[in-house]
Ligand binder design. Structure first.
Ligand code: SF4
Length: 487
């Protein structure tokens, strides 16, 4: 099945996990909706704050005492969870919950691939929610199948949960640590049993994961700090690359399982993470402003206005305007109602999609405009946006991109399209400029990007092809593992 994806990299997952503090006198009845001990409600709030990280499916698993309940389905958080469904996740003793929003990169877009995943093992029921990809999932899955394992989904997360369940002689933390040493790739994972959350990042810290603390002594883990604040948790710190952190009856336990070699995903700062996030100590909004400033210094243009492509190009456009002294203008409006549209569209509908989402304002009429966006994947949408500005009377459109050209596919949980579809993999900058119909086109350099993020090394594999956490094999192009018949 081919699904329409925006002409920009697409994030695939957000995770949240809540472990309440133990009740002061051991009494722990069912918490009503909105209560500070309503685990399902807290996970639900966290998922709303992470909706931008995945819009295909979502789910929540809640555990405590002898109970283990899960609800998941295709759709946005607001579509999947009404009060009746959340009520089914509320029960006496509920203390631990994990939630997930998903955009498939491995495993197709079906209900059975929605997360959290659950498995029954000698450790009892375990639930897992995962952001990223395991690049060695294929050989591990093949080996498990040869040994008689049964898989219920086609996503690579099931390989990890099987691995954890297999180490029958180890407790959940030790089994997870062991699994972590065998898995390669870029991933952040949360697991839950009846009484405990176990959270981890791969040794490169490619995908983000933060820890927060609630007033009742509980802990929250989430892909981004936005989910902590909406739940009412204070940010404690990031989970370190290669670290496992567990929240259980004995409080927070920390274990550095693998030596950290941090290379977090640069695209979290370019586009994926919400602008209010601070990841690995680097604030996202400020990094985007600096990307725009550096972009101006690297590629100035003689223009009248600076316009950003909403929402993700706005901060970089602001930085470009500040550095250049050229007025920042709202040249494009984005409809708040045209989000997730057109699965399997035909060409005619694809062309209309940009018009549904964006409209140019009269401010650009007769003006020479710098248009700033965060990335160009295929170039088709960029060309249509340039066309909108021209229809509105822009005299010149100079396109500036606040990331380097994307030339390589991502194997760490981001859908960047197949290599053959990536404009910069097969075309020169001049040929792309011609395709999108702009007067000029320039990208931010890799050095400029690194300096703007300001944390030293990051993963930049989609720009330079150097994969810090390995990749599935030289012959494998961007098609998902499933599309290749792998899973
Ligand atoms: S390849 Fe690109 S999108 Fe993927 S993790 Fe690395 S920087 Fe991020």
């Amino acid at each position: 099945m081919s699904t329409f994806r925006d002409d920009r990299p697409v994030e695939e997952c957000g995770v949240v996990a809540v472990r309440l503090g133990d009740p002061p006198n051991g009494v722990d009845g069912p918490a009503p909706a909105g209560d500070a001990r309503d685990v399902a409600g807290l996970c639900h709030l966290g998922l709303f704050a992470l909706q931008h990280r995945g819009q295909e499916s979502c789910g929540i698993a809640v555990t405590g005492g002898s109970e283990f309940r899960i609800e998941k389905d295709m759709g946005l958080v607001a579509e999947v969870f009404d009060e009746d469904r959340l009520d089914r996740l509320r029960f006496a003793g509920a203390r631990v919950g994990i939630g997930h929003t998903r955009y498939s990169t491995t495993g197709s877009s079906h209900r059975f691939n929605a997360q959290p995943l659950t498995v029954r093992s000698n450790k009892g029921l375990i639930a897992l929610a995962h952001n990223g990809n395991f690049t060695n999932a294929r050989p591990m899955r093949d080996r498990m199948l040869d040994e008689g394992a049964v898989f219920q989904t086609t996503n690579d997360s099931e390989v990890m949960i099987n691995l954890v369940a297999r180490y029958a002689d180890l407790d959940l933390i030790d089994a997870t640590a062991r699994a972590m040493t065998e898995l390669e790739g870029g991933f952040a994972v949360v697991l839950a049993d009846r009484d405990r959350i176990v959270a981890l990042r791969d040794r490169h810290g490619v995908r983000p994961l933060v820890i927060g603390r609630t007033d009742d002594g509980g802990y929250v883990f989430a892909s981004e700090p936005a989910a902590l604040s909406v739940i009412g948790a204070r940010f404690l710190r990031d989970v370190r690359p290669g670290e496992i952190v567990s929240a259980g009856p004995d409080g927070l336990t920390e274990r550095q399982v693998l030596p950290p070699e941090p290379t977090p995903c640069a695209f979290e700062w370019i586009y994926f993470a919400r602008g209010d996030a601070t990841l690995d100590g680097a604030p996202v909004h400020e990094a985007r402003i600096r990307m725009g400033e550096r972009l101006f210094h690297e590629a100035p243009a003689d223009v009248d206005l600076v316009v950003g492509v909403p929402e993700s190009g706005l901060a970089a456009a602001l930085g470009y305007a500040r550095a250049s002294g050229v007025p920042y203008e709202i040249g494009l409006y984005k409809s708040p109602y045209a989000g997730r549209t057109f699965i399997n569209p035909n060409q005619r509908l694809r062309e209309r999609k940009v018009r549904l989402k964006l409209a140019a304002t009269g401010a650009v009429a007769g003006k020479r405009v710098v248009l700033v966006d965060d990335s160009i994947v295929r170039g088709t949408t960029s060309g249509r946006i340039v066309g909108l500005l021209r229809e509105a009377g822009a005299r010149e459109v100079h396109f500036r991109v606040s990331s380097p050209p994307i030339r390589w596919p991502c194997y760490y949980g981001i859908d960047t399209a197949a290599r053959k579809e990536l404009a910069a993999a097969t075309m020169t900058v001049e040929a792309i400029r011609e395709r999108i119909g702009a007067e000029s086109l320039a990208y931010l350099s890799e050095d400029g990007l690194r300096a703007a993020i300001g944390i030293g090394r990051t993963c930049t594999a989609c720009f330079d092809g150097h994969y810090p956490a390995g990749h599935p094999g030289d012959e494998v192009e961007k098609e998902t593992l499933e599309a290749l018949g792998v899973l």
